[in-house]
Design a protein. Structure first.
Length: 255
């Protein structure tokens, strides 16, 4: 009995100390690294398996066509972050072409296949810091909002700190093997707190003056975005034929 009493006192003392320590603790840092995503045999996840058939009663059929497969929702959630994606096959409009915008989660590292059939590969041998998995963002500028814009929504307000970005193989080889010249291309990450824009971070994907295209992973400082509830990922360029894709990994934030 004495031993149990002493153990109980010790536990209470520890609990009291822990509560005091937590009260003085600052924000905690979390990192989204996509390593827990189950990519299956294909090595990627996208919205097609979750797509439903649109009917004339669906409001989305006005845009994508009745009879088309359609998915638009959070494709993947890790921590507080949900990554949104669109899938449609446009069958209802007579196109019959599998199309995605937004995000897919992938482990593809094919650095040699140069066209849209390889749109889920990063131009690197791995994810950031040697990891196995990452996300690919595709900005469907012609699809329109909200469907075409890669979107991350947070379950609560957070403060983004950093993110790793890289070229996809489709983008990299378009400029190094396909296009006659390299254009200026920038990726744009924009933060929002509710409907209010909090800031944006731009990074160079391709530079006309130096004739270079981003190769390998680069870590960006996102602290200037402040407190956000969502972020969008877009591309700026005058080259309308440019593949509007880039890869992301290791999204760090505090809350």
């Amino acid at each position: 009995m004495k031993k149990l009493f002493l153990m109980a006192c010790a536990a209470l003392a520890f609990a009291g100390c822990s509560d005091s320590d937590n009260e003085g603790a600052g924000p905690q840092t979390y990192v989204i690294d996509f390593e827990d995503a189950n990519l299956g045999d294909e090595g990627f996840i996208w919205g097609k398996p979750e797509a439903r058939l649109l009917t004339e009663d669906d409001a989305e059929s006005d845009y994508f066509g009745a009879g088309s497969l359609y998915f638009y929702d959070a494709l993947y959630t890790e921590g507080d972050a949900s990554f949104y994606s669109l899938f449609t096959d446009y069958v209802g409009l007579g196109w019959a072409y599998d199309t995605w915008n937004g995000f897919v989660i992938s482990n593809h590292t094919d650095m040699t296949t140069p066209d849209y059939t390889n749109d889920k590969s990063v131009y690197a041998t791995s994810g950031a810091d040697g990891s196995s998995q990452f996300a690919v963002a595709y900005y469907g500028a012609w699809t329109g909002d909200p469907y075409g814009t890669p979107l991350v929504r947070f379950a609560t307000a957070v403060s983004p700190k950093s993110i790793a970005v890289a070229s996809t193989t489709y983008f990299y080889l378009y400029y190094t093997e396909g296009a006659t010249s390299i254009a200026d291309v920038k990726g744009v990450i924009t933060g929002y707190n509710g409907e209010t824009k909090t800031g944006e971070v731009k990074f160079v994907m391709a530079d006309q003056a130096s004739g270079t295209v981003q190769s390998g992973w680069e870590t960006l400082d996102l602290s200037s975005l402040g407190t956000v509830t969502s972020m969008t990922f877009t591309v700026e360029t005058e080259d309308t034929m440019c593949p509007y894709y880039f890869a992301i990994d290791n999204l760090a934030y505090e809350k």
